[in-house]
Design a protein around this ligand. Structure first.
Ligand code: IMP
Ligand code: MG
Length: 183
């Protein structure tokens, strides 16, 4: 098979390997199964598009009965500041009385997740928790409690395993710091 994209282009610095991601997924799934042992079912809500690789791999490891739904936001203009967030796709399911696990790729400033969490709580869910693959703690501008966190990373721009730079690199099976040209 020919690879049109080298395994690790030189402008990508590997930060978290596939093996590290997989080991952490096992731990997170075990922890979630423990916490929801008494729950009849879990509604996993992925925030599109960045979370899908993480969501699929995590959900495959869960023993807790689970269903899946998606939510998508976009920001008006360039910023993601509070109040500038638009709902592009709402969840299809009713969340009333449900145990909801919101699954996101990365929490950066926190504006996106703060807004989404508030919106989902307003729907009358029994519980809403947040599972984020990455936490860029230093970049936080509004507080967002992360119940399940994959990895804490420094304030650098990362790609891979769902995360993109202008839609590229989502399908890398590792996470890397992007050190290439910026457009
Ligand atoms: P927040 O509202 O600032 O927390 O931004 C969250 C969103 O910004 C994430 O869901 C990502 O789509 C995007 N984002 C933030 N940091 C990065 C990064 O390092 N790489 C790729 N996307 C990022
Ligand atoms: Mg995102």
């Amino acid at each position: 098979m020919s690879h049109r994209q080298p395994a690790t282009p030189e402008h990508l610095r590997v930060l978290i390997s596939r093996q590290q991601i997989e080991a952490r997924l096992d731990e997170l799934a075990a922890q979630i199964d423990d916490d929801y042992a008494k729950s009849e079912r879990l509604v996993c809500v992925g925030v599109l598009k960045g979370s899908i690789f993480f969501l699929v791999d995590l959900m495959k490891r869960l023993k807790t009965p689970a269903v899946v739904d998606f939510f998508q936001t976009s920001s008006y203009g360039s910023g993601t500041k509070s109040g500038e967030l638009r709902v592009r796709k709402d969840v299809d399911m009713s969340l009333r009385g449900q145990d909801v696990l919101l699954i996101e790729d990365i929490v950066d400033t926190g504006y996106t997740l703060r807004t989404v969490l508030d919106l989902l709580r307003f729907r009358g869910a029994r519980s809403v928790r947040l599972c984020a693959l990455l936490d860029k703690k230093e970049a936080r501008e509004v507080e967002v409690p992360i119940d399940y966190c994959g990895f804490r990373i420094a304030n650098e721009f990362v790609v891979g395993y769902g995360l993109d730079y202008n839609e590229r690199y989502r399908n890398l099976d590792f996470i890397a710091v992007y050190e290439g040209p910026t457009e």
